[in-house]
Design a protein around this ligand. Sequence first.
Ligand code: FES
Ligand code: FE2
Length: 393
Amino acid sequence: MADDVFQNPEDRLGLPGWTYFNDELFELEAEQLFRRHWQLVCHQNDIPEKGQFTTFDLVGERALIIRGEDDVIRAFHNLCRHRGSRVVTEESGLCKKAIVCPFHGWSFNLDGSLRSPARPRSLPDLDPVEWGLKPIECEIWQGFIFIRFKPGPQPSVKDIMAPHDDLIKPHHLPDLMPASSPHLSETWDVNWKAIRDVDNEGYHVPIAHPGLQDLYGKDYYDFDLTGDTSVSVGNFNKTPSHLWSVRNYRNLINNLPEPWASLPKAWHYVLLFPNQVIGFYPDSIIFYQDIPVTTGTSQQRSASYARPDEDRVTRAARHLAARIDEITGIEDMHLIEWSYEAMKSSAFDGIMLSDLESGVGQYHNRLRQMFPVMTCKDEPAERTVKQINYDMS
Ligand code: FES
Ligand SMILES: [Fe+2]
């Protein structure tokens, strides 16, 4: 939407291909982006009982988010203070009274403090707090649990999301109930930025996503990346939809009970920089998140949440929305793989972004500001990426 997004005509050419393949750059991204920016883990109602937990792994970090005996939700490194084992091994579950490490059996209280090492007389006296699980910064925003592995440049999630209060408030987010708890996709053989590039624009919707085009394709907008968010909105078409799922979805949306009937007939997506999108639908709330695994492999993590008092019409609408989203996801997966593969071709010579892909351009600009080395056309010599980036910063 901004006139100045491509002020520098070169910015239409995208990030250089090497930035999608370089392991040293990936390490920089892991450290500066993924460890130091907020990550959405789940909703407080994913872990409603004392002792219930969920885990979250990202770029070599492992988090455990658990509800204590005092009902307080805390985040810790999932890392035993004895020898570093995971203290819980499942993706989610319930710890009754204590967290017991599967390696030698050290146990920790639900507030993270050391409860008892195994065979304590074989060890010196250990202070329960000093030798407790290491805490991770945690913020609960509107019921959603965010963590940050290391301090970073972003303000609180509350402040980041404040510009969207009017959009958010009518959805009563703290009351949501999990419809499908966060789960990981299969591993895709792509760099995480290739996923973001496809997701950051709607220029491809009319051709690549018949379902979305039928739902809102004539009235879709991407707004600027300002602060740490950008919004995209698809207002449902004024004309009738043709596809069975979309037509029925819109019928159901027209018959939602209040207060959901008063929500805009639209899908809003809020990108929370750098790698997660929260979707606000009249029937449900979703999120998805890019999870970099290695330079050339990634996963997507996603979940959906239902209204607490969901009636049959809203539930049916939510199922149809999920179906439309699922098909969209499959369509996108191919686009992501093809554009990533292209960068390995001898013919690849950069890209050419349309004004309608300003979201991609703005995102690249943000990355170039954070990682000036990304402005180098040619791949720097081995073991020089960090130094060059540092010198240019
Ligand atoms: S590593 Fe956890 S008890 Fe030994
Ligand atoms: Fe798409």
